[in-house]
Write a protein that binds this ligand. Structure first.
Ligand SMILES: [Zn+2]
Length: 554
């Protein structure tokens, strides 16, 4: 789901990390050195797996589709052929992930009434509303309350709700953290900034609805990603209460539609938004109501995570885990022309990379710790497969050394750098930095920590249960390419192919950079699997306390 949009980091030196990254002079080594790709990893096998996974036959790999059946069978065959063991201790290659698929019916608009006026907002255009409740229909007719950023953060003495009762209201949230140099991670986003947090806190406050106001800059992606993306079936894990504790409707509202709604009662959205930056912000009951109905068709399915294990020679109970999400958005019969979201870059590349890593491990020295290769489902639906694993681990979190995630590999040639998302979170950064130096490469921090990418892919599902988790994006500093090439390609992908049917294998792909990145990932995991170290979260990490509880300091 996540996508890094880089716009400000033009020169290598400008993105240099403060401490971890080696000096730029080390970077030039990679330009002269022959590529030191780990044995077992090759462009031919990587591309073959990507092409298979991204083929039309796999129909965009939607959870619960025939594309899932083909994907799971393909991955199982690949891991089996490499001589790995079934990754589930029950002797199978899969972990069942029970999901509910919720398909909202078309047709309902939202009637907005206030200030003596009434208008109809169009779903997909002005707002997106869905329900996570496992019911056929929800109906709401309630007042909008603007709750600013909606953060309840006792550690910062911050509570946007004050003592205002917002039960039964439709809450409008600003995206991201309250802006502050000193609170909420400074420039970096905390979990309070994520839209998922806002939907969760709305439920905790007993709200009827929770809509996050979409603004392109702060959200990190254009409205089209929300407005057009799966307005068809979406999935959730099946909670015991059938998700009845969630707000009746959740979703997003477009920025201009929000401003128009404020204007109906003579309020200026930007002025109200500015007030929300202050700790003394008070929720604003808008005196405008929204009425809509969401009707659902429901089905429950078992989707599957695929798991393959290379047992360790000395400490088989200690596990180093690699993961990539195999799923993508499926197909949409309502489209004319191409209907298949092939998800070649996102994330056939990472899934194929998982197979390459597995092959590298079978050709290297047998690791003393076990290595688990986990291809997770339903990432695009909100990290569901990884979250399910985190809550129902096949190997306990306390015995899991690290989780290393891949989501979209480099398709455009070799780079000097890799971009570490959430740099500074854990000692895994040091492990990566050591490997990078050996390979003559550099690590740079995510230039946009304010967008909270660390909370937006599957590694977060491990972080939240305490397992140190590492995620790196492809670099942007390309060998033999003009300055700015990497950002140009990245913007091209974001604007044209991200979550679009055109995310297909392209004739001009150059996977040499992906081989370098996979080699770095391999060396990291191989080092961890050969050692008896337990990398820790940093002192400032919000996940450190959980880890210390599950693995008390010696
Ligand atoms: Zn992805």
């Amino acid at each position: 789901m996540r996508r890094l949009i880089v716009s400000s980091c033009l020169a290598l030196v400008a993105c240099q990390g403060p401490s971890e990254a080696p000096a730029p002079s080390a970077a030039s080594d990679v330009a002269n050195a022959p590529s030191a790709v780990a044995a077992g990893i090759s462009a031919d096998t990587l591309l073959a797996a990507i092409e298979r996974l991204a083929s039309d036959e796999f129909e965009g790999r939607a959870p619960g589709s025939s594309g899932e059946t083909l994907t799971v069978a393909y991955l199982t065959d690949q891991f089996q052929a490499l001589g790995l063991d079934p990754g589930n201790p029950n002797g199978t290659w899969v972990q069942n992930v029970p999901l509910v698929g919720i398909t909202p019916a078309d047709g309902d608009t939202m009637t907005i009434t206030g200030g003596g006026q009434s208008r109809e907002y169009q779903p997909g255009v002005d707002y997106v509303a869905y329900t996570k409740r496992v019911v056929d229909e929800v109906e709401i007719d309630a007042e909008f309350v603007f709750v600013g950023y909606g953060a309840v953060a006792p550690e910062y003495d911050w509570n946007d709700f004050k003592d205002v009762d917002v039960a039964g209201k439709i809450l409008l949230f600003l995206v991201n953290d309250p802006p502050s140099d000193t609170l909420f991670g400074g420039d970096a986003m905390t979990y309070y900034g994520r839209w998922t947090y806002k939907h969760e806190i709305a439920a905790a406050q007993g709200a009827a609805g929770a809509l996050v106001i979409h603004e392109t800059g702060p959200a990190g992606y254009p409205w089209e990603v929300i407005g057009s993306s799966p307005y068809g079936e979406s999935f959730d894990l099946v909670a015991d209460d059938r998700n009845m504790s969630r707000a009746a409707i959740e979703g997003w509202i477009q920025r201009d539609a929000t401003a128009a709604l404020f204007e109906m009662v003579g309020l200026d959205f930007e002025a109200e938004k500015a007030k929300a930056a202050a700790v003394d912000f008070q929720p604003v009951a808008l005196g405008v109501t929204g009425r809509t109905r969401v009707r659902n068709t429901l089905r429950t399915i078992d989707s599957q995570n695929v798991a393959a294990l290379l047992p360790g020679s000395e400490s088989p109970d200690e596990v180093v885990l690699y993961m990539a999400h195999w799923d993508h958005l499926g197909k949409d019969d309502s489209l004319t022309g191409d209907q298949i979201y092939n998800g070649a870059a996102d994330n056939a590349t990472g899934t194929a990379g998982l197979i390459e890593l597995a092959r590298a491990f079978t050709q290297g020295e047998l690791p003393r710790r076990s290595v688990l290769f986990l291809a997770v489902t339903a990432e695009e639906q909100g990290l569901l497969g990884s979250r399910y694993y985190g809550e129902n681990p096949l190997y306990s979190a306390a015995q899991t050394v690290a989780a290393l995630n891949m989501d979209v590999l480099n398709q455009w040639g070799r780079t000097r750098d890799m971009t570490v998302v959430g740099m500074g979170q854990s000692a895994l950064d040091d492990v990566a930095a050591e490997v990078a130096i050996r390979l003559g490469r550099v690590l740079n921090p995510d230039p946009e920590p304010e967008k909270g990418f660390y909370y937006r892919s599957d590694h977060f599902s491990f972080a939240r249960v305490g397992v140190p988790a590492f995620y790196a994006d492809p670099g942007v500093d390309y060998l033999d390419k003009p300055a700015g090439y990497g950002l140009e390609k990245r913007d091209e992908y974001t604007n044209n192919d991200y979550h679009a049917v055109s995310d297909e294998v392209k004739a001009d792909w150059d996977l040499s950079g992906a081989l370098d990145d996979l080699t770095l990932m391999y060396q990291m995991g191989a080092g961890l699997a050969a050692s008896d170290d337990w990398p820790e979260w940093s002192a400032t990490s919000e996940f450190r306390a959980i880890r210390e509880q599950q693995r008390p300091p010696q």
